[in-house]
Design a protein around this ligand. Structure first.
Ligand code: ZN
Length: 254
């Protein structure tokens, strides 16, 4: 079982770890490495897996980690085959994720939750799906009355909420306790497999509470501002909103 540090400390970007299993490259994938612990997020819930590097201090060799994924209780890292012979079981590595990319994903993911929170609170619309890349994302809602001006209002409200400096809290709750929270029921917690005994929640204090496995920033001010970059009708009821993290510096005096 891999100690998956990202779920309790999303700000950990490096860790020393030992290789537990190493598998050579195949036709389908680069070499696959399992460690005793890792800071890599394995992907899921619309958030892509991390990328980064392994460094072996004993001889200074390094490997590019191009992806990671969950396999049961383990996190499997996929290396770039161009880096040659992979590290072997027992090797001690420095694990170093691409922090600029991950931090942008954390800001993007928290921005999506703020969007969900606003659309639910102000319009009562459920989320039906979502996906993100570093710095941009889309979210689908059951939102029959959505139109252009509404989208501008939503953008302004989300930016107001982010500027309030709301704290983001991670909690792990027993399943029964989680099922007693109305806010969690509306985010379709009931679709979770019955075997799961504990449910991890992400709360933007005062705005949004969801069952979620992703990595988030600690305060909404760290997200900054968002821009709504598009919206589409996916049918009479289903609507899609696209957002981007707005890193344009505020124009002086404007
Ligand atoms: Zn999420």
């Amino acid at each position: 079982m891999t100690d998956a540090i990202c779920y309790r400390d999303s700000y950990a970007s490096r860790v020393a770890a030992t290789v537990v299993a190493s598998e050579a490259e195949s036709a389908q994938s680069g070499p696959l490495i399992v460690l005793d612990r890792t800071v890599f997020y394995p992907g899921g819930g619309g958030q892509p897996a991390d990328r980064g590097l392994f460094l072996r201090a004993s001889d200074g060799r390094s490997w590019t980690v191009r992806s990671a994924r969950r396999d049961g209780a383990e996190i499997v890292h996929e290396l770039d085959p161009a880096d040659g012979e992979p590290p072997q079981a027992g090797d001690l590595l420095e694990v170093d994720l691409d922090w600029a990319r991950r931090h942008l994903l954390m800001r993007t993911h928290t921005a999506l939750h703020a969007l969900c929170g606003v659309v639910w609170r102000d319009y009562g619309a459920h989320v039906t799906g979502g996906n993100m890349e570093p710095g941009s994302a889309r979210m689908d809602f059951e939102f029959e009355q959505m139109h252009g001006e509404l989208v501008d209002a939503i953008e302004a409200t989300v930016n107001d909420e982010l500027a309030r400096g709301r704290e983001i809290r991670v909690n792990v709750l027993p399943r029964e306790e989680a099922f007693a929270i109305p806010d969690l029921i509306r985010t379709r917690i009931n679709l979770l497999p019955p075997g799961i005994a504990e449910i991890r929640t992400i709360e933007i204090v005062g705005l949004d509470l969801q069952a979620d496995g992703g990595t988030h920033v600690a305060n909404t001010t760290e997200v900054g501002r968002i821009r709504v970059t598009g919206y589409e009708s996916k049918g009479r009821i289903n609507k899609r909103i696209r957002i981007a993290i707005d890193d344009t510096p505020a124009a002086a005096g404007a």
